[in-house]
Design a protein around this ligand. Structure first.
Ligand SMILES: *Cc1c(COP(=O)(O)O)cnc(C)c1O
Length: 376
């Protein structure tokens, strides 16, 4: 047996606990666990099952293909998917009992047509653009969509209304109150049109962790379930009570002594200040170690945090381990749980000038996923 070059340890027990914490925090509303993008890089199916073990009663994906994959793995919970193309796999979704978002007259027609073809009634959630300026029908166009939904009622059952925030990670941003108001007006309009809305959902992680006015009867967290903060104004993972689910680790593949003034790695972006020992770490940007964090990303090695020395390359980077007691094969941790002394995803995000979401979702396909503490 050999050691993998780079491993993402996924603590499914922590994922389930994070969901349970969110569920007790919102105290009443159901939890729709967002498992898009391969469970934010943690694995679609294991993440979905751990979220259900933690109390989620709904699952959500962006793409229809991801929702279909959940059903094909035998997941039976309610599933919603919201990012369809104009000619997407609607028939496969409707026949697999997957809820779909409707964002336009055209999508209402396409979904109704698919439902007619498979002889089912499709369950749809009206996706309203309450101010994000991205997906969803504008409030101004909602009347026209309602007329179409009424016309297609034999094939479409409107069960929900949803929207998404532009600024939920800035809890005092004035757009939040405006979006809540447009959302409430949309609910009123849909209910006045005779639709019985089973679920009304607006809260992503940031809203779920800090804005109770946004809960309605279902919350839709993603990143927080994975123990990563939705933004630095919302608090640290520890202050929110959530535990990081992913630990990214590697091992020292080579140690060598070099003199002071040695340039390390491409373009010699780092020079050793004194005679020292350098360690080669076999993980690079193709594994999700951001190149933008060259000379900046923190790594736990020999009991200390050291910054990447020089460029992050495709498959490897170097650490200056001068003064540390390390040997070939020793484990190094790029990020994980700060409570265990690991650097955090958030520190890597800051080093790479990005957000934690991008760090966890870009872990490459050749990184071995090691699932631990499974609650199912
Ligand atoms: C990704 C996404 C979410 C989850 O967002 P987080 O910030 O990860 O909690 C919720 N709703 C929609 C529409 C999304 O696209």
């Amino acid at each position: 047996m050999s050691t993998p070059h780079c491993t993402a340890v996924i603590d499914l027990g922590a994922l389930a606990s994070n969901v349970a914490l969110i569920k007790s925090k919102v105290n009443g509303p159901e939890v729709m666990a967002v498992v898009k993008a391969d469970g934010y890089g943690h694995g679609l199916i294991p993440s979905a099952r751990a979220a259900v073990a933690g109390g989620a009663t709904w699952l959500a994906t962006a793409l229809l293909s991801e929702a279909i994959a959940l059903r094909e793995a035998g997941v039976r919970e309610r599933v919603l998917t919201w990012l369809n193309t104009f000619d997407d796999r609607f028939m496969e979704c409707v026949s697999r009992d997957i809820d779909l978002a409707v964002n336009s007259v055209e999508s209402a027609r396409a979904i109704a047509n698919a439902a007619y073809n498979v002889d089912c009634r499709a369950r749809v959630h009206v996706k309203v653009d309450t101010g994000l300026g991205r997906n969803g029908v504008t409030f101004d166009d909602l009347d026209e969509l309602i007329l179409e939904l009424q016309k297609q009622s034999e094939n479409l059952e409107v069960v929900g209304v949803m929207s998404h925030f532009a600024y939920a990670d800035e809890p005092t941003n004035p757009t939040i109150a405006k979006q809540i108001q447009v959302f409430k007006d949309s609910v009123d309009k849909l209910e006045a049109a005779g639709f019985e809305l089973e679920v009304k959902h607006l809260s992503n992680s940031a809203a779920t962790m800090g804005l109770p006015d946004t809960y309605f009867n279902l919350v839709r967290p993603g990143v927080a379930m994975y123990g990563v903060t939705p933004g630095d104004q919302v608090g640290t993972a520890a202050s929110l009570g959530i535990t990081p689910v992913m630990t990214l680790k590697s091992n020292i593949a080579l140690l060598k002594n070099v003199p002071a003034g040695t340039g390390l790695s491409y373009a010699h972006a780092y020079y050793t200040k004194e005679d020292t020992t350098v360690a080669l770490i076999p993980a690079g940007y193709s594994d999700g170690v951001p190149r933008a964090a060259s000379n900046k990303g923190p790594v736990l090695v020999g009991g200390e945090k050291r910054l990447v020395a020089g460029r992050v390359c495709m498959d490897q980077f170097v650490l200056d381990v001068g003064g540390l007691n390390v040997k070939l094969g020793d484990e190094v941790v790029l990020f994980g749980d700060p409570a265990k002394g690991h650097p955090s995803v958030e520190e890597w995000a800051a080093a790479a000038d990005t957000i934690g979401y991008e760090i966890i979702t870009r872990i490459g396909p050749r990184v071995v996923r090691d699932y631990i503490n499974s609650p199912f």
